[in-house]
Design a protein. Structure first.
Length: 709
C-alpha cells in the first residue's frame, strides 16, 4: 500500500514544475508583481476610494512621468552603475523646460528638444567621468548631484518669479500635461512606446546584450570585444535624456520651480528599481521589473500621504524598503542557484522489473564472461570520449571526442589518426547517408552533417514547443543517437529536455519521462516530435521492414519497437525488458539481428533507490555529485538479440580491463568496434568466423534496398 501511494504521489505531484518555474527569469518579475497586487489590495481596503478610476488615472500620470526616470536608472544599474544625480537632473531640466516655454516663449517642439538634449548632456558628464575616466559611480554621481543641484538653485533664484508670472498659451503644451487619448493620459501612451522600445533594445538588440554583459562582468565583456567604456557612457546619456523627457511632462502639468523639486527623488527611483528586481550588482533587470517596482513605490507613497500628513514618514518607509530590497537582492543573487537546484531536481518513482540473472550457470546466456578481455585497443590516448563509432565504405573509422572533434582513424590498420571535422559540441550518435555525408547528433547543439569535403552543416537545433511545457523545449538540449530511414528521414533521440549535456547524469538519476524521439525531414527541413515522454531515450536502429525502428530507454532498462509507417503506424511494442543493465546504442548485426550496449549495470541497492524518490532527492541535497549513487560502469557488456526479444549471446569485460564503459558497438567486416563515453580508446574484437560474415559492411544491406546508411 505504501509503495502504491509513493508511486502515485511522485508520478502525479508536479514537484518538478516548481523547480522549472523558479528557474525561469520571468519568475523574478512574478514575485514583485505579487507584492504589487498585495499592496494595491491592502491600500484599497484601508483607504476608501483609493482604487477609484480618478485616483488610478492620477497615479498613472505620475507613473508615466517617473517611469522615464526609472527606465534611465534601470539602464545604468543593469550596466553595473548607479546614478544618484537623477533628482538634480530632473530639477534642472524641469526648470529649463519652464524657462523656455514661460519666459522665452519657445515653440513646444523646440523647447522639448532642447530640454532633452540638456538632459543628455548632463548625463554625458556622468558618462565621461564613470565610463571613460573609470571613476566610482556612487561617489561621482553624488558629487554631480550636488553640482547640478547648486546650478538649479542658482538659476531658480533669478528666474522663478518670471516663470511663475507667465502662462504659455499653447494647447499642445497643455495637452502634454493634462491631456487624454482614449481616456488614458498622454504621458502613459508616450511612456508605453518608450518602454516597449527599451524592452526590444534589452532583449533583442546587440546594444542591450552588451549592457547586460558589461553588468555581469566588465572584464569578460572587454575580453569579448565589447566597447565597455563607450557603452557605459551611453547608459548615463540615455538616463539623462529619459529623465529630461519625464521632467517635460511634469513641467507641463504643474508649471512649478519650487525649491523642493527633485529633492530625494533619487531615493524613490532607486527604491523602485531595486524593489522591482533590478540587480544592484548589474547584469540583471528588465523594463517590466522597473515598471512593477515603480508602481509599488507610487502606491505606497500615495497611500502613506493620505494616511499620514508627515512627509518624513514617507521617506523613512522608502529608506526601510530600499534597505530590505537590497538585502533580499544580495541574498538572492548569492543563493539563487542553490535554492533553484534544491527544488529543480525532482526524482520520479520507477520500479524496474527483476533483472536477468548473470551468475555463471550452464546454458545461461547472461552469464558473465571475459570475451571482451581480448579486445584490441585503437587510438589509446588519442581520443577522449568516443561515445559512438562508425566506419565508411573505405574502412576508415570515425568517432567523436569530448573536445568537439570528429576523429578519423585511417584504414587499413587505424593507426594513423586525424581530425576529420571540428563541430564544437561533443559528437554522440553517428550515421552515414547514401551520399557519404556523416550525420551526427551533437550534445547541446542538435543535429549536424559533415560532408565528404569536411563541410559542417547544421540540419536542425529546434522543434515546435510543446504547449504543456513550462520550459521552452523547442531547443534541442541533448540529441544523442540517430538512424536514417529508407526515404532519407532522420529519426533521432533527445535524452532530456530538462538538462544540458554536462548535466545528463542528473536526468538519469531523476528518471523522469522528459525525453523524446524526433524526426528531421530533409525534404522540407522540418523537425517534429514522434514519441514523447520517454525515460532517457538513447539508441535507435531502423528495422529491415522499412516501417519501424528500435529504440532504447536507458532509465527504463528496456528496448522497444515503434512503427512510423504501415498498418501498425503509431504502435509501440516492448522487445527487451528486465535487462541487468542500462541500454545505450543499438546497431544492426551481420546476421540480421541487433547488437546492444549496456552502459552500466544495475544492482539491488540502486534498484531500491529508484523506487525511493525521496531518498534520491535527499541524496542530491546532502551529498556532493561524485558521491551520488549511479550504475556500475566498471563492467562493460554487449549483447545480441532478435526482434522477438531473445538474447542470443553476451560479451562481457567482467574485470573492467579494456572497456569498463561501453556506449556503442559497430560490426564491420567480421569485427566489432566498441566505443565508450568515458573511455580514451576504441576497441576492436575479432568475431568468430561462424558468427559473422567477413564481407559484411553494416550499411550495404540498406543501400541495396535504396535506403540510407
Amino acid at each position: 500500500m505504501n509503495d502504491t501511494l509513493t508511486r502515485v504521489f511522485y508520478r502525479w505531484w508536479p514537484g518538478h514544475v516548481l523547480g522549472e518555474l523558479l528557474s525561469k527569469r520571468w519568475m523574478e518579475t512574478a514575485i514583485p508583481m505579487l507584492v504589487l497586487l498585495i499592496v494595491a489590495w491592502a491600500l484599497g481596503q484601508a483607504i476608501p476610494g483609493f482604487l477609484d478610476p480618478s485616483q488610478l488615472s492620477a497615479t498613472g500620470r505620475q507613473a508615466g512621468e517617473l517611469g522615464f526616470l526609472v527606465l534611465g536608472m534601470a539602464l545604468v544599474m543593469i550596466g553595473g552603475g548607479v546614478d544618484l544625480s537623477i533628482g538634480s537632473i530632473f530639477a534642472l531640466t524641469n526648470f529649463t523646460a519652464l524657462l523656455l516655454m514661460h519666459e522665452l516663449e519657445w515653440a513646444v517642439p523646440a523647447a522639448v528638444l532642447a530640454t532633452v538634449l540638456l538632459g543628455m548632456a548632463l548625463g554625458a558628464i556622468n558618462g565621461v567621468l564613470v565610463g571613460y575616466l573609470r571613476l566610482r559611480a556612487f561617489l561621482t554621481t553624488l558629487i554631480t548631484l550636488i553640482i547640478f543641484r547648486a546650478a538649479y538653485e542658482f538659476l531658480n533664484a533669478d528666474h522663478a518669479t518670471a516663470i511663475a508670472s507667465v502662462l504659455p498659451e499653447s494647447e499642445v503644451w497643455e495637452f502634454l500635461g493634462i491631456g487624454h487619448w482614449m481616456d488614458v493620459p498622454v504621458v502613459l501612451w508616450v511612456f508605453a512606446v518608450v518602454a516597449l522600445a527599451g524592452h526590444i533594445m534589452l532583449t533583442r538588440l546587440k546594444l542591450g546584450w552588451h549592457i547586460m554583459a558589461i553588468g555581469g562582468s566588465r572584464r569578460a565583456a572587454h575580453n569579448a570585444g565589447i566597447a565597455v567604456r563607450r557603452t557605459v557612457a551611453l547608459t548615463y546619456v540615455a538616463s539623462g535624456g529619459l529623465t529630461a523627457l519625464g521632467s517635460v511632462f511634469f513641467a507641463s502639468r504643474l508649471a512649478t520651480v519650487g525649491g523642493d523639486i527633485g529633492q530625494g527623488l533619487e531615493v524613490t527611483i532607486l527604491t523602485a528599481a531595486v524593489l522591482g528586481g533590478i540587480g544592484l550588482g548589474g547584469g540583471r533587470g528588465s523594463v517590466t521589473k522597473a515598471v512593477v517596482g515603480l508602481l509599488i513605490v507610487l502606491l505606497l507613497t500615495n497611500g502613506l500621504t493620505i494616511l499620514t500628513p508627515s512627509g518624513g514618514v514617507n521617506r523613512l518607509v522608502l529608506a526601510v524598503i530600499l534597505l530590505l530590497a537590497a538585502a533580499v537582492d544580495v541574498r538572492w543573487v548569492k543563493n539563487r542557484h542553490r535554492i533553484v537546484s534544491s527544488v529543480y531536481v525532482a526524482p520520479d518513482y520507477i520500479a524496474l522489473p527483476t533483472p536477468a540473472d548473470c551468475r555463471p550457470a550452464p546454458g545461461n546466456v547472461w552469464a558473465t564472461n571475459d570475451r571482451l578481455r581480448s579486445v584490441e585497443v585503437i587510438g589509446l590516448g588519442e581520443v577522449e570520449g568516443p561515445e559512438d563509432v562508425i566506419l565508411d565504405r573505405h574502412d576508415n573509422l570515425y568517432s567523436g571526442s569530448r573536445h568537439g572533434h570528429i576523429m578519423r582513424f585511417l584504414a587499413p590498420d587505424h593507426k594513423r589518426v586525424e581530425v576529420f571535422a571540428h563541430i564544437g559540441g561533443q559528437p554522440l550518435g553517428m550515421a552515414f547517408d547514401r551520399q557519404d555525408n556523416l550525420v551526427v547528433c551533437v550534445g547541446g547543439m542538435g543535429l549536424y552533417m559533415v560532408t565528404p569535403q569536411r563541410e559542417v552543416i547544421k540540419l536542425t537545433d529546434e522543434t515546435r514547443r510543446s504547449w504543456r511545457s513550462v520550459n521552452d523545449d523547442s531547443r534541442l538540449r541533448l540529441a544523442d543517437d540517430l538512424d536514417i530511414a529508407d526515404d532519407g528521414r532522420i529519426f533521432f533521440s533527445e535524452a532530456t529536455r530538462r538538462y544540458e549535456m554536462s548535466e545528463y547524469a542528473v536526468d538519469a538519476l531523476e528518471s523522469r519521462p522528459s525525453g523524446r524521439i524526433l524526426c528531421y525531414d530533409p525534404r522540407d527541413g522540418s523537425t517534429r516530435t514522434v514519441i514523447d515522454r520517454l525515460r532517457f531515450p538513447n539508441g535507435i536502429s531502423m528495422v529491415a521492414d522499412g516501417e519501424s525502428f528500435l529504440f532504447a530507454q536507458t532509465s527504463a532498462a528496456s528496448v522497444s519497437r515503434y512503427w512510423f509507417a504501415g498498418p501498425k503506424k503509431g504502435r509501440i511494442e516492448p522487445v527487451l525488458t528486465g535487462l541487468p543493465g542500462y541500454p545505450d546504442n543499438i546497431n544492426l548485426a551481420s546476421d540480421g539481428n541487433y547488437w546492444l550496449a549496456l552502459v552500466g549495470m544495475r544492482g539491488p541497492a540502486l534498484d531500491l533507490a529508484m523506487a525511493m524518490p525521496g531518498f534520491r532527492k535527499r541524496m542530491t541535497r546532502q551529498l556532493p555529485f561524485d558521491e551520488w549513487m549511479f550504475p556500475n560502469i566498471n563492467n562493460g557488456c554487449v549483447l545480441k538479440f532478435n526482434l522477438q526479444g531473445e538474447v542470443l549471446e553476451t560479451l562481457w569485460d567482467a574485470g573492467g580491463v579494456n572497456h569498463p564503459m561501453i556506449t556503442s558497438m559497430r560490426e564491420h567486416k567480421g569485427s566489432l568496434y566498441l566505443g565508450g563515453l568515458s573511455n580514451n580508446r576504441i576497441g576492436r574484437l575479432k568475431l568468430p568466423a561462424d558468427q559473422a560474415r567477413s564481407d559484411f559492411i553494416h550499411f550495404d544491406q540498406r543501400w541495396a534496398r535504396g535506403g540510407a546508411a
